[in-house]
Ligand binder design. Structure first.
Ligand SMILES: Nc1ncnc2c1ncn2[C@@H]1O[C@H](COP(=O)(O)OP(=O)(O)O)[C@@H](O)[C@H]1O
Ligand SMILES: [Mg+2]
Length: 429
């Protein structure tokens, strides 16, 4: 499934994820080979003639009457930074697992709620924890827990007892976490009580550092994230430059200056580009005699534009304002993804632009600023520009962009749109 999604372009290439998927595949194969009922060789005929006995599952077979702990494959503990695909990979495993794996997939948080409620139910018993461990092991044999994270001293002390019992009963444990085992519950109260759990966890699972540098969530980031302004960031230019570097790193292509052929031998220099992504300054694109033809050529070559330093439009940069309107129209029509650092949000960029009739309105008549641009062309077009810039930040627009130009962004976008938003890393407050 991973391969298929790579080939169809839904997944971006990521060598670290590939090694995680290899580890998951190995585990899957080990479980599968144990789960597949073996035919006794040479007894095919009797097999068919005799009454068909329903075979016990391999777990039952393994467990049946044996005093020793049956051998089961080691689980997998996947850890690494946010947005690196840990949940996605574990979910692939859970999705393809056949019923005989007896797999349960949940989050660590929900699992602990469940455990506590069971413990509460049996609190009158002599040893509720053993009972709960037994119960859980009757219900599943492979446990996939997303987001393993320990902050609570009560959980920290209980986990070792609970999991030891489950491991003794041949649990196969798969988990994702932001933390390496040794960093779990770091600096927690009475941490020494938690250390045996860490030791056992390391014995029962292969510990796998996904070690991917790419935060896929951030790559698809958008909401309130396309406009990096001084309201939110100390240095908006540095933010968009970081975004360029992140996108360039994930595209695994050389990055550097480029040139776009426009027409009749004219060329538009692009200071930084990588694959379908380019970064230019506002002055490169709107501060020089550049026109629609250049913008169109640029959009035919690149699908993502990082634009640095969009100013608030005032009397002094009216020409640049005209070009910016044209640029936004062309970007919008080509379904280009835009990141920009600017002095303000779309409506703020045009707050000094008024039409002649607006200029005559009483509120502007006396308080008109020297900075104001009274200009019907700009004044009437600014609404369209603001509306397009706003729409360019919407999920719908970005999903269209992804379908057309960057299918690897679809998953993260769809997930974020399902959740109704996302955190924007690095943003103040
Ligand atoms: N190789 C990839 N290509 C495209 N999208 C990916 C890739 N890996 C992960 N994603 C998407 O990025 C987002 C973050 O991945 P996720 O598994 O939730 O990260 P984690 O659990 O490590 O924080 C998800 O929407 C996921 O579908
Ligand atoms: Mg996750």
């Amino acid at each position: 499934m991973y391969k298929e999604n790579r080939l169809s372009g839904r997944y971006r290439r990521d060598p670290r994820q590939e090694s995680t998927i290899v580890a998951l595949q190995e585990l899957y194969d080990q479980l599968r080979s144990k789960a597949r009922p073996r035919r006794p060789s040479g007894l095919t005929i009797t097999d068919h003639v005799g009454p068909t006995k329903k075979r016990a599952s391999w777990w039952q077979e393994l467990l049946g009457g044996q005093a020793e702990k049956p051998k089961v494959p080691k689980g997998l503990y996947i850890y690494g930074g946010v947005g690196t695909g840990k949940t996605m990979l574990m979910d692939l495993f859970a999705e393809v697992a056949p019923p005989e794996f007896q797999l349960r997939r949940t989050t660590f948080h929900d699992f602990m709620l469940d455990v506590h409620s069971r413990l509460h139910q049996h609190e009158k018993m002599a040893d509720p924890l053993t009972l709960v461990a037994q119960q859980l092991m009757q219900e599943h044999k492979v446990l996939c827990l997303d987001e393993f994270f320990v902050t609570d001293v009560a959980d920290a002390t209980m986990l070792n007892r609970l999991f030891s019992q489950m491991w003794d009963r041949s649990l196969v444990f798969i988990s994702t976490s932001n933390r390496a085992p040794d960093a779990l519950y770091e600096n927690g109260l009475q941490r020494h009580l938690f250390l045996p759990f860490i030791a056992r966890l390391k014995a029962e699972t292969a510990v796998h550092d996904i070690n991917s540098k790419v935060d896929y969530r951030r790559l698809a980031q958008h909401r309130r994230g396309l406009f990096y302004t001084t309201h939110d960031f100390q240095d908006p230019d540095a933010e968009v430059e970081a975004q360029f570097r992140a996108l360039a790193e994930a595209c695994h292509e050389p990055s550097g200056p480029a040139e776009v052929k426009v027409m009749m031998g004219r060329k538009l220099p692009v200071p930084q580009a990588c694959g379908g992504i380019c970064m230019l300054s506002f002055m490169d694109l709107c501060g020089k005699p550049v026109a629609a033809a250049d913008y169109i050529a640029l959009c035919e070559r690149f699908h993502t534009l990082i634009l640095k330093g969009v100013p608030v439009f005032k009397g002094a940069n009216r020409q640049e304002g005209y070009r910016f309107l044209t640029l936004v129209d062309v970007l919008y029509e080509h379904n280009i993804r835009l990141f920009c650092s600017s002095e303000g949000l779309p409506f703020e960029l045009f707050q000094h632009v008024v039409t002649r009739s607006e200029a005559r309105e009483p509120k502007n008549a006396e308080g008109g600023h020297d900075d104001d641009i009274v200009d019907d062309n700009l004044g009437f077009s600014k609404e369209r520009c603001i509306s397009r810039l706003t729409e360019m930040q919407s999920f719908e627009y970005l999903i269209e962009h992804a379908k057309q130009h960057s299918p690897q962004l679809l998953l993260a976008l769809e997930q974020a749109s399902g959740k109704g938003g996302e955190q924007v890393p690095g943003r103040r407050n």
